[in-house]
Ligand binder design. Structure first.
Ligand SMILES: [Zn+2]
Length: 504
């Protein structure tokens, strides 16, 4: 046999063995994953100008402006979504443990908020700029306020570079909601884990990725993307940041201006002159008795109302986070009576998403005509793995659609009136009126987390409700709401007299 034939034979014999051998060796070990994560973080830091440039986030001021697009929180149930402005002003001085972040946000129907979170060493405040009030708080030290530091991409990079290096892991190439592909690294640091996505070409921080619960998809991607980096006032910042939820863009922000190395103005480090201190809010009781057989039940941060009829129960509003508490409480408060009806106030997912739980225990959902498809989609949605005790997909046959503007439920002794009002907050909106008890129950029509009328809390939506109540001639004794109860009917009168403040 010629020598070259022997070599060919040897190669043929060896090749398959070598291939299997290579495959075993190409599967990364934990050390490989750690080393790749470290290399990606190092090259990102370099691509952002080196560690000193990244650490500029420690003494930096940045203004970011954009819009929130209200998926499942708009006036209409389907896209296109309503948007409201979001403005963020970031001030840090970590050497002195100082951090001030002011955010302006809103919801459809004229609701606007401007809140400032202040840390000055051991002193911390939450300032409601519109109400001209503040409360004393206990926040972590400024250098550990990751949510605030992460307003700026350098915040992620600094934390990644300084976090426990042994715990970093490369988890592979990952596709974002926008279609872009990144190299994904998980970084662990005290109390928090983030998944960072690095651009394979520029090596810069492209994204931050998470998984959240979604009414339609069960588990859904939550991606933040940083796009079009450029020098803004001497600081490398993305021109834009986008937040994507379940494949749809729900926020787009623009980085407007920056100032590195400047001290935070003293005026921002103390409560604003003339503002009033709010006492700490007492923890709300888990149950309020609104009358015999009428209970407000608190679950997952929301109030829901349970009404007892002769042979069944009705639940007003359908918060997904409250449903299991309400179902458990209903069995204690009115043993043996089934929940026959659930009436979500409106389609927003924090008021409607619980319909699956109630359907699973036999309830009929009462809603408006525009929400029928939405109801069916929620019923058929995959189950999220993120919330224990969720109901599986339900057959969507127990639905009652309001045909007029009003539906009265009564057994002769107990009466609940459901009224449809076309609210500036949601075009199809239901309120519940219990005439015997004088209880009005609504969701999102009154801004009442502090239970008292305060400057900046009046809105187009609230005055619209006031006008509706006036036309009905109702003498309301109790203003109940999913997000809070007013302390007295007089508070409502005060609230609607307050001026509606423009956004600043
Ligand atoms: Zn709402």
């Amino acid at each position: 046999m010629p020598l070259h034939a022997i070599l060919v034979l040897l190669v043929l014999l060896v090749l398959p063995v070598r291939s299997a051998h290579c495959q075993a060796h190409s599967t990364p070990t934990t050390v490989d994953s750690w080393a790749r994560a470290s290399a990606l973080i190092d090259s990102a830091v370099a691509a952002h100008g080196g560690i000193d440039a990244v650490r500029a986030v420690r003494k930096l001021q940045v203004r970011i402006e954009g819009q929130d697009y209200h998926r499942n929180q708009s006036r209409r149930v389907a896209a296109p979504y309503d948007s409201t402005p979001r403005i963020v002003h970031y001030f840090s001085d970590l050497a002195r443990e100082r951090m001030v972040v002011e955010q302006t946000t809103g919801f459809p129907g004229g609701f606007r908020y401007t809140n400032r979170f202040v840390s000055d060493s051991a002193r911390h405040y939450a300032v409601n700029v519109r109400a001209q009030t503040y409360s004393n708080q206990q926040y972590p030290p400024a250098s550990q306020q990751y949510g605030n530091l992460f307003q700026v991409p350098q915040g992620y990079l600094m934390v990644a570079a300084e976090s426990a290096p042994a715990l970093r892991r490369y988890i592979g190439r990952t596709r974002l909601s926008s279609g872009a592909v990144v190299d994904a690294v998980v970084v662990f640091f005290p109390n928090t884990t983030v998944t960072l996505g690095f651009d394979p070409t520029s090596h810069r921080l492209r994204s931050v990725m998470g998984v959240g619960m979604d009414a339609f998809l069960g588990d859904a991607a939550l991606d933040t993307e940083f796009l079009d980096y450029r020098m803004i006032d001497g600081v490398l910042l993305p021109a834009r940041a986008q937040l994507w939820r379940a494949g749809e863009m729900t926020r787009e922000m623009r980085y407007i201006s920056a100032a590195a190395g400047q001290a935070i103005p003293d005026s921002l480090l103390a409560p604003p002159v003339g503002s009033a201190v709010l006492p700490p809010a007492p923890a709300p009781d888990p149950l309020r008795v609104l009358g015999p057989g009428v209970w407000a039940i608190r679950g997952g941060g929301s109030w829901q109302v349970l009404v007892e009829f002769a042979d069944h129960l009705m639940v007003l509003d359908a918060s997904p986070n409250a449903a299991s508490t309400v179902i458990r409480r209903a069995a204690e408060l009115a043993p043996g009576k089934p929940i026959r009806y659930v009436v979500p106030t409106h389609h927003h997912d924090d008021h409607f998403g619980g319909v699956r739980h109630y359907t699973a225990v036999g309830a009929t959902t009462v809603t408006t005509a525009g929400n029928v498809d939405y109801f069916k989609r929620i019923m058929a949605a995959p189950q999220s793995t993120l919330l224990p005790g969720q109901s599986p997909p339900q057959p969507s046959n127990r639905l009652e659609v309001l045909t007029g503007k009003r539906r009265v439920f009564t057994d002769g002794r107990r009466t609940v009136e459901i009224h449809e009002i076309a609210s500036p907050h949601a075009t199809e909106m239901l309120v519940a009126w219990l005439p015997a008890e004088g209880v009005l129950f609504q969701g999102d029509l009154i801004e009442a987390p502090n239970a008292i009328a305060q400057r900046g809390a009046n809105a187009e939506t609230t005055t619209h409700l006031a006008e509706f109540i006036r036309r009905q001639g109702w003498q309301v004794k109790e203003y109940g709401g999913v997000h809070g109860f007013l302390t007295s009917p007089q508070e409502f009168e005060k609230l609607v007299q307050l001026p509606m403040l423009p956004i600043r």
